[in-house]
Design a protein around this ligand. Structure first.
Ligand SMILES: Nc1ncnc2c1ncn2[C@@H]1O[C@H](COP(=O)(O)OP(=O)(O)OP(=O)(O)O)[C@@H](O)[C@H]1O
Ligand SMILES: [Mg+2]
Length: 746
């Protein structure tokens, strides 16, 4: 019971109070997540079966971390806990039960790109004005409705739930919504919101299923409860209705997802639903210095809508909050980069101790440039992730279509990629036929020759045959073997391979990287299901905050404030503290919006443990124009006793750094070598490459990297990697089943 010693009195009380409904609404850094973690550990110690505990977190990463901590207390049993985001836990349940609500168990999960493309297509098919019916706007409306559990029928019936401008400006949103749902259903696909919407449908229409899960989840816990929407609220309420062992933790002052339907009334509803509720208050912040906590308090007290809390810290007083003023966004980047470098050197820190937070992803560019110039390594969380790249989406579409032939978005993406003579008109024809006859596009595709599609018919037929053969492979092999097979036989690899530009090579390497990721998935002892559908589900459910690439070394973390929720860093920089940027221009028209923006600032401040720095620029490029900018009102809301202004003209320590004659270079990792061998022309034909006897020391040739020597072979399971030092290019790790290599005598 050592873990109980790691808690203060109120935290301990909340941990020990395992039975019945319980709510902890408490300030930032007060140990809410810690309480949840040890509460679960405590339940397990008391003998509760891990299979009976459900814990819902904000990101999959948070779940993983929590599981790790619990494992330290109770051992490997922690693996059996149900943990993850709402979307990942409930998609797992939907997989098992999908057929009950008319979906295939291998349903596809549409990401927001798929959803928007589908909407764009529907708008086109309906001959509507695409400037009025922008995919973003339409998807926003559809998503808003689903999060409130409003069905298409209800939406069409009840004009009062439509937004103000709809009747006049966009009267067809309801119709688009209807077609969109029909098309998703026909494609055997659910979008993100459907995962929650359909879980509610499942539990509403199938009492036996609901009972089953009520009996499984004897204890339900939700972190970041302030950011749940109505649909999530209802799911947890239904699940907990039998045993009423539900514990939610959150902080109303950190509610930042109203735009996605998060609803603060869920906290009030909770009190109404469970009159026997035990409420715990935590007020001591363990994360931050006193100055940081006080600065945060002075900001949030400007909000009218909030539950009263007195958050205090008994940590050291700490540094004042630095405020950096720069003359431009580029200078801001430079000053921040220098401040990071300076602080790291003076305090003997690691780059891992630093985070740069911004309001929108677009702000990362100037920061990245500055960091790169200083050779400070950084990693961006979220943003355009690996899985959104074109070539990756192409291969994933092949994988998806092999698993679910009805997947319309996947099919449209690759039916003529690589080119196989199925032109746009043919594709249009297929879609019209599918819509007119109420079939899925695949059903039309697989009967193309009967439908008299002419010459294209043959190509379509071949395509269908290919996909069917992929399905067979996917059924028999693990995710890695299946994906490698599909990558090769789809023609995609050859197509990328034929592109000899630097970008082409990068795309080719990305495909390799995806296969590496699948290999890792298959080799992960924690994954029970190694099949292709399991892998696809895994990646479909990554949240923005999950897309951090795990790389060796020390990196400064960069991300939006939204993604930083729940995290903590020793040193935090909040950049772009300017009017119209933060608070965002779009959030200035109502008090509610402005208060949400202020809560976002509160979240940002409270991520810092020891030191907080705010920065702003007096001019900035936005949409290609240089604009003058003004310091954010939020800076002025902080009690000036806690601030230390560092103006551009009295830079002091900065000046010294800026003038330093690059001693910095000694810390620099050498610039990346080019990835294409310089002045190299292939000496041979690479098609029949036999690498079965490849060994360290052998000399090889690669059509892009040129000549090299094998330094190491690495076999794991049935996959072998060769580590090769290429002349003029450097070391590369290649998967043998995939690499085109010619072996020369050593
Ligand atoms: N009783 C305690 N003794 C020492 N450290 C603690 C204690 N409680 C919490 N902490 C530490 O304080 C930090 C903040 O805790 P935690 O992340 O659980 O807070 P939180 O309330 O979930 O914060 P947020 O509102 O940002 O989600 C963590 O580093 C945690 O380990
Ligand atoms: Mg937390």
């Amino acid at each position: 019971m050592d873990y109980l010693k790691l808690l203060n009195e109120s935290q301990r009380a909340a941990v020990l109070n395992t039975e019945g409904p319980c709510m902890i609404i408490a300030g930032a850094g007060s140990g809410k997540t810690r309480v949840l973690t040890y509460r679960i550990a405590h339940l397990l110690e008391k003998g509760v079966d891990p299979f009976n505990i459900l814990s819902l977190t904000f990101t999959n990463r948070a779940a993983k971390e929590m599981r790790g901590r619990i494992e330290k207390v109770v051992g490997p049993e922690a693996k059996n806990l149900w943990m993850g985001t709402f979307h990942s836990v409930f998609s797992r349940i939907l997989r098992a039960e999908a057929t009950k609500i008319g979906y295939p168990s291998h349903f596809t999960i549409y990401d927001s790109d798929d959803s928007k493309t589908l909407i764009r297509n529907i708008v086109k098919e309906m001959n509507l004005d695409d400037k009025l019916y922008k995919p973003n706007v339409v998807l926003g409306r559809i998503s808003g409705a689903k999060n409130k559990l409003i069905s298409v029928a209800q939406y069409l019936r009840d004009a009062s739930i439509q937004a103000d401008d709809e009747a006049a400006l966009r009267p067809k949103i309801g119709q688009i919504f209807k077609t969109y749902q029909e098309r998703c259903f026909k494609a055997g696909a659910m979008d993100f919101d459907d995962l929650l919407f359909n879980t509610n449908v499942l539990f509403r229409d199938h009492v036996d299923v609901l009972n089953k899960y009520q009996n499984i989840f004897k204890y339900v816990m939700v972190d970041e409860y302030q950011d749940t929407n109505y649909s999530q609220y209802l799911i947890t309420r239904k699940l907990a209705a039998k045993d009423r062992n539900i514990c939610v933790v959150g902080d109303d002052a950190q509610s930042i997802y109203a735009f996605r339907g998060a609803d603060i009334t869920n906290i009030l509803n909770f009190e109404r639903d469970y009159p026997e509720l035990a409420v715990f208050k935590l007020e001591q912040n363990y994360r931050s210095t006193q100055h940081i906590v006080k600065a945060a308090n002075s900001v949030i007290k400007n909000n009218k809508a909030q539950l009263r809390k007195d958050v205090f810290s008994e940590n050291e007083e700490g540094n004042l909050v630095d405020v950096i003023k720069a003359s431009s966004d580029n200078e801001e980047g430079k000053l921040v980069a220098h401040a990071i470098f300076e602080e790291k050197m003076n305090q003997h820190l690691s780059y891992e101790d630093f985070a740069i937070l911004y309001r929108t992803n677009a702000q990362s560019r100037a920061m990245e440039e500055a960091l790169r110039k200083m050779n400070i390594k950084y990693r961006i969380v979220g943003g355009l992730s690996f899985y959104q790249r074109k070539e990756i989406k192409d291969l994933i579409s092949y994988l998806r279509l092999s698993i679910n032939h009805n997947d319309e978005q996947a099919l449209r993406r690759i039916i003529n990629y690589p080119k196989r003579g199925i032109g746009d008109t043919t594709v249009e024809k297929l879609i019209v036929t599918a819509n007119d006859t109420n079939h899925s596009i695949w059903e039309v595709v697989s009967h193309a020759t009967q439908l008299g599609m002419g010459r294209a018919g043959v190509a379509i037929d071949e395509f269908a045959t290919k996909i069917k053969s992929f399905a067979v492979v996917a059924q028999q092999k693990d995710a890695f073997e299946a994906a490698t097979y599909i990558a090769k036989h789809s023609g995609l690899v050859d197509d990328l391979y034929a592109d000899k530009t630097v970008e082409g090579l990068a795309r080719y390497e990305n495909i390799q990287e995806l296969l590496n990721a699948i290999k890792e998935f298959v080799d992960d002892p924690e994954k029970e299901d190694k099949s292709l559908p399991a892998f696809l589900q895994d990646i479909a459910l990554l949240t923005d905050a999950d897309t951090k690439k795990e790389e060796e070394g020390e990196y400064v973390t960069m991300m939006t404030i939204h993604s930083a929720k729940g995290l903590e860093f020793r040193n935090v920089f909040i950049v772009g503290m300017e009017e119209n940027l933060f608070p965002s221009q779009m959030m200035l028209s109502s008090r509610a919006d402005l208060e949400e923006e202020r809560r976002l600032f509160y979240v940002a401040i409270t991520r810092a443990e020891k030191k907080l720095t705010l920065s702003y620029a007096t001019s900035r490029y936005q949409w290609g124009n240089l604009r003058s900018a003004e310091k954010s009102r939020f800076v002025d809301e902080i009690d000036p006793t806690y601030l230390n202004f560092k103006f551009g003209d009295e830079r002091g320590p900065f000046e010294k750094v800026l003038q330093r004659k690059t001693p910095v270079s000694q810390l620099i990792t050498p610039a990346k070598k080019p990835t294409v061998a310089p002045n190299y022309t292939p000496s041979a034909d690479f098609t029949p490459s036999d690498t079965s006897n490849l060994q360290a020391g052998m000399r090889v040739e690669h059509p892009k990297f040129g000549f090299g020597t094998v330094t190491k072979m690495d076999t794991q399971g049935n996959s072998t990697k060769a580590i090769i030092e290429f002349e003029g290019v450097g070391e590369k790790t290649l998967l043998l089943s995939f690499a085109k290599l010619k072996v020369h005598a050593s």
